[in-house]
Write a protein that binds this ligand. Sequence first.
Ligand SMILES: [Zn+2]
Length: 246
Amino acid sequence: MDPIVVDRSNQPGWIEVVCGSMFSGKTEELIRRLKRARIARLRVEIFKPAIDVRFSESEVVSHDENAILSTPVDSAHQIILLSGQAQVIGIDEAQFFGLELVEVCRSLAESGKRVIVAGLDQDYLGQPFEPIPQLMAIAEYVTKLHAICVVCGSPANHSQRIVTATDRVVVGASESYEPRCRRCFDPSLSSRTEGESNAAGQNPGLRATPDTDSGIPDIPAGDGLATDAISVTERMPQSPDSAEES
Ligand SMILES: [Zn+2]
């Protein structure tokens, strides 16, 4: 059931998880819930890992620049120390906090706080990415979002790394990752060199580009709402002589 429509004002805290691939709108959904909590005059605190400095040092910033002020922290334990009198705790990019975050969230919820956690549920190889799977298990509410596959336009469940790297954590946005569906996802792509991938004939280099006739841009326009605006249009060949000849 949607936690937004459940009146839990007389109940103790709880945990909400917002998960999915990159470009699926996780941060937008986190911001939406936190803004509604503020409208309800609840005390809100937002935390993100200090490792994530892609956009701003002090704001939770999603790819469409819909920002909300946050506190960067080096470890999950700091969230307990800094949460103070907050009634609602938002945590973004949870995958960077590791398994320590599970007990932190449990402790916050048991102390009466509403905890909203957003993060990737899979790594670049398509494997479960702790601590989100563990948090999904102990959460009261789980929301899984999807991006749009940039190759075929289907709902995308995977974050395709499109640069050569085998580290599990490579912080980046559309220059390093693109959303893909199960059919178009290739977990071995980022471990091959560009020459190997060309020789294999499976992908046109690491910066894979979709069929140009599909009309789908090769870089996602943004997170969440922006990707929804992608439309597939068929380009019909226009020949002034075709009508006369047929
Ligand atoms: Zn696809």
